[in-house]
Design a protein around this ligand. Sequence first.
Ligand SMILES: [Zn+2]
Length: 160
Amino acid sequence: MMDTTQTGQHHDFVLSVAKEVIECRAARDGHEPGTYNCVEDQEGYIVSLLNALRQWSHVHEIDWEAELKFAQGLFRADLGVPDTPATLENMACPKCGHKGSFYVEVSSVILFFEDGDTVLDDTEEQWNDYSYCGCHACNHDGRVYQFRTDSQQDKENTDG
Ligand SMILES: [Zn+2]
């Protein structure tokens, strides 16, 4: 387990790798070194790189979905998102502090028939830390993990 200082250094390292890779992609399109705005990414090189990685995985028979899932787990650990599921009780708007009601994007499983019939599967609506979330009071939006009070507290735990 890494302590907070190592986590901070690790975070800087990961961000510097991302910047380097985006700049590398920009250079392929003729951008002079260090001139491309990697933060705004107006050319869409992040998408281009994701597509490239996906094609690489496809050609070399690497399980892309498993890679994504693994990466999401690392991201979660880096951000200090707790392992327990998010509930409305542990959520608050990071902007205005509102509690108790949020817009959350959910996914459902539906059984489709070719004649047009549909049957809603009786599983519950699915949402998680990465689902879209909006504040019912001020409309501030983001992802569920950004609204979690337990992970917002963890973010202040940096000493780097
Ligand atoms: Zn709000």
